[in-house]
Write a protein that binds this ligand. Structure first.
Ligand code: GDP
Ligand code: MG
Length: 473
């Protein structure tokens, strides 16, 4: 995909005259690539129309870097398509929230009732024999419920899991196993067959137990598809979730839009999670899911393991969609904003790949100064989305300052070590005392360090292009 977009843009750059035809040829090539990446046909067409409106032909013809102008336009347009314009509900610690997960669980037997689907033209929940919604494996709902619970548990929430999937044998055992491993309380039943009853009982129980994040896992299949959507509606009505999350396998391709829409018509979906982003799928279906549900993507699943779960970050995602690679935007930014004399040192540190607490401290200083290097770091995939989420800049700055206060109580040896085992309990307690912060905060800071070190480590050995070598698309 990246290849064909790259080719299209190169052709455009080489064209001596830029006219309507050249622009159209270029856009067609980009569109073909996006379609291959499972972006829905209608969305590709909308993108084309918008780009034509944004890109001024004369400016493009006169511009010295045509490739860059087009690349920027396509990039921005795709980012906009992933932004539904309103943030999703976010749970608050200490206040009980109910989050319901929905998503399909495929099987290959399209001759059963599941071979039918609900569509926009068939909103009355009547069955109609058309092409199946189900094209590949499970959406990854149960796994994602646990990841979501675990993620919040590490942030100090008290999560709990409720298994309201009574359709599939073994569903409760799977959730139970996951939950036990992560030390998260769970509720379910081997006997009860009414999912609404279980959901309500579970939610009530965990509210009494003062859990602040009650997660309801649901069934993904049924004898008849219409019955599944009716069941989702009933569970939602009975448990009154603060948020319904639609979970989608990144590889379902063009089926994404109809699937997402079918759920949206039954329950009020407020966020999307895309799973299996570690596979080959580029995830163009995410655009469809956002369009169909008018809700943002909040996380992506990047593996089977419980911590292979990332806050969704639009820009790296779009880079990947366009085949630009996660790092190219970041590299571009280095050359763009970091003073030339500071570049070698920074690139050196990056290519070494070892991230000490002292290095983290320095980057925090940079970020707070909002200087050029700070800007660069906020572009590093995974750095900004969690550390400085949009709209929470004040809290983020306070958090960074808090981390720095604690790091002020660390010894040189601690700051320069790359060995996580060095941070023993007694050292953690000493740092907490020295900085007047609770132990929990020191642990949080060290968790953040581990997370950032992992991201930083990915830079190791990366060939860093010199200025002018960038061919982002
Ligand atoms: P459900 O049927 O929708 O509840 O899906 P499950 O949670 O049971 O997951 C189905 C399969 O997908 C399991 O084998 C999971 O380990 C796997 N899975 C879920 N999320 C991911 C992911 O992000 N990456 C990978 N590689 N596998 C995943
Ligand atoms: Mg399941």
């Amino acid at each position: 995909l990246g290849g064909s977009i790259s080719r299209a843009l190169a052709q455009m750059s080489n064209a001596t005259v830029i006219d309507e035809k050249v622009l159209n040829d270029c856009l067609n090539e980009i569109s073909r690539a996006l379609l291959q990446s499972d972006v829905q046909f209608k969305m590709v067409r909308d993108m084309q129309t918008n780009i034509k409106r944004i890109v001024n032909l004369e400016a493009l013809a006169a511009g010295t870097n045509k490739r860059r102008i087009m690349q920027q336009a396509v990039f921005t347009e795709l980012c906009n398509m992933l932004d539904p314009g309103k943030p999703s509900f976010t749970p608050k610690k200490g206040k009980p929230s109910v989050v319901m997960f929905v998503g399909l669980q495929a099987h290959n037997d399209v001759h059963s009732g599941l071979g039918h689907r609900l569509t926009a033209s068939n909103p009355t929940h009547k069955l109609k024999a058309v092409k199946p919604l189900l094209v590949s494996g499970s959406s990854g709902k149960t796994t994602t419920c646990t990841k979501y619970a675990y993620y919040h548990q590490r942030k100090g929430f008290k999560p709990a899991l409720v298994c309201a999937d009574t359709f599939r044998a073994g569903a409760f055992d799977q959730l139970k196993q996951n939950a036990t491993k992560a030390k998260i309380p769970f509720y379910g039943s081997y006997m009860e067959s009414d999912p609404v009853k279980i959901a309500v009982e579970g939610v009530e129980r965990f509210k009494k137990e003062n859990c602040d994040l009650i997660i309801v896992d649901t069934s993904g299949r049924h004898k008849q598809e219409a019955a599944l959507f009716e069941e989702m509606r009933q569970v939602s009505e009975a448990t009154k979730p603060d948020l319904v999350i639609f979970v989608m396998d990144s590889s379902i391709g063009q089926a994404a839009f109809d699937q997402a829409q079918a759920f949206k018509q039954s329950v009020s979906v407020g966020a999307v999670i895309i799973t299996k982003m570690d596979g080959h799928a580029k995830g163009g279906g995410a655009l469809s899911a956002v369009a169909a549900t008018k809700s943002p993507v909040i996380f992506i699943g990047t593996g089977e393991h419980i911590d292979e779960f990332e806050v969704f970050d639009v820009k790296p995602f779009v880079s990947r969609l366009l085949g630009m690679g996660d790092w190219s935007g970041f590299m571009d930014k280095i050359h763009e904003v970091v003073p030339t004399d500071q570049q070698p040192e920074l690139l050196q540190k990056l290519s070494e790949g070892s991230f000490t607490l002292r290095l983290m401290y320095e980057q925090f200083q940079n970020i707070l100064k909002m200087g050029p290097i700070g800007q660069v770091f906020s572009m590093l995939p995974g750095f900004s989305a969690e550390l400085m989420p949009k709209g929470h800049e004040k809290e983020s700055q306070a958090k960074i300052k808090r981390y720095m206060t604690m790091m002020d109580s660390m010894t040189d040896a601690e700051l320069d070590s790359t060995n996580p085992k060095l941070m023993t309990e007694s050292r953690i307690i000493r740092i907490a005392r020295g900085s007047g912060r609770p132990v929990r905060d020191v642990m949080d800071m060290l968790e953040e360090y581990k997370r950032l070190a992992k991201i930083w480590g990915k830079m190791k050995g990366l060939k860093i292009p010199k200025k002018g070598e960038m061919s982002a698309l």
